[in-house]
Write a protein that binds this ligand. Structure first.
Ligand SMILES: [Zn+2]
Ligand SMILES: [Zn+2]
Length: 343
């Protein structure tokens, strides 16, 4: 089988490898789609703090079960599946509490060193990391479950989403999915900000209630206009810039929950005194757990989240470098690029 090995920054080599044979508890998946995400782009360019080369990328993926080892009970040959790409010890304090996304030995398959992602014709995994796709969801949708699960997890951590006013900073793929998922999970109203009109247009198309271009509009005015003095119950920072975190804290009402969803690459100064006086909670959100996958699958299957407008382009497995080039050259208009490994 062919697999794409990232030997170092911007250096993808295609290598042949034997198709792995599943052992007890393992499953062989014929890979169909792989989503390229922001963290992949950082790893590809050598900008990711924790990436170690060589690495086979691909952590947002879907495929077909073609072989199962002994003792596999949750999936069968012929099932269409999506991968939950997390490795954890199962024994540390947080694993024992079910918060294995915070495991002391946590790794995301295809992002962190020592793991092998799905950028390959076939992928071997523990059966426990697979979730079956219902009949209504195709492989494209299957590749979007992982980022949607990130969105679901962050909304749950924000707690006050039900019948709440939501403010999302950043209308990229994750911000968009957070917005759609929040509505699907019962939010009363969702406002999203960005400085990129293209991304805001897509958010509008996806049914987000209030679109605010903070390059030309004042956020404070928008909040008061649409939400009145109640303001936002939950603020989710999906842009993760110095500016957006400062905006989050300054625009938070008393008792607001602020969830940090994006990856911050710089130290961010905020007016911490406000969080004390206003009892503002700043909550970090890291990936997801299995229940978030289940909710993501059910939101997509119920049509409450739509991904059609989020997919910008498809590339073949052999065209990974071209996919990254496309992303670089179209950074203002790219939402999600999918690698179509097989029909
Ligand atoms: Zn990702
Ligand atoms: Zn652990």
């Amino acid at each position: 089988m062919l697999h794409a090995v990232l030997g170092g920054p911007r250096n993808i080599e295609y290598r042949e490898a034997p198709i792995p044979i599943p052992e007890a508890g393992q499953v062989l998946v014929e890979v169909k789609r792989i989503g390229v995400c922001g963290s992949d782009i950082h790893v590809y360019h050598g900008r990711h703090k924790y990436a170690v080369f060589p690495l086979v990328q691909g952590h947002e993926g879907s495929g077909l079960v073609v072989q199962t080892g002994p003792d596999v009970t949750n999936v069968c040959i012929g099932d269409r599946v999506t991968l939950r790409p997390q490795l954890y010890c199962g024994e540390c304090r947080l694993c024992r509490e079910g918060r294995y996304n915070l495991c002391e030995d946590y790794k995301v398959i295809g992002v962190l060193g020592g793991t092998t992602g799905m950028a390959s014709e076939y992928f071997l995994t523990d059966a426990s990391k697979l979730h079956r796709l219902p009949d209504g969801l195709d492989y494209d949708a299957g590749a979007m479950i992982e980022p949607l699960a990130v969105a679901v997890h962050s909304i749950r951590l924000g707690q006050r989403y039900h019948d709440g006013n939501i403010l999302i900073l950043g209308a990229g793929p994750i911000g968009n999915l957070v917005g759609q998922a929040a509505k699907g999970m019962g939010a009363r109203s969702v406002m999203i900000t960005d400085i990129n009109p293209f991304r805001l247009d897509i958010a509008k198309k996806c049914g987000i209630d209030h679109i605010v271009n903070t390059a030309t509009e004042d956020l404070e005015t928008a909040i008061v206009t649409h939400y009145g003095r109640d303001r936002a119950d939950v603020i989710l920072d999906c842009a993760a810039t110095t500016g957006t975190m400062d905006q989050s804290v300054k625009s938070a009402r008393r008792g607001t929950n602020i969830v940090t969803v994006g990856n911050f690459y710089d130290k961010v100064p905020v007016e911490l005194g406000l969080t004390q006086r206003r009892e503002i909670n700043i909550i970090g959100a890291m990936n997801y757990v299995s229940e978030d996958y289940a909710e993501a699958i059910s939101l997509l299957n119920a049509g409450k989240v739509k991904i059609g407008d989020l997919i910008s382009a498809y590339f073949g497995l052999q065209d990974y470098p071209a996919a990254y080039q496309y992303i670089d050259e179209n950074s203002n208009t790219v939402m999600k690029v999918l690698i179509k490994v097989r029909d």
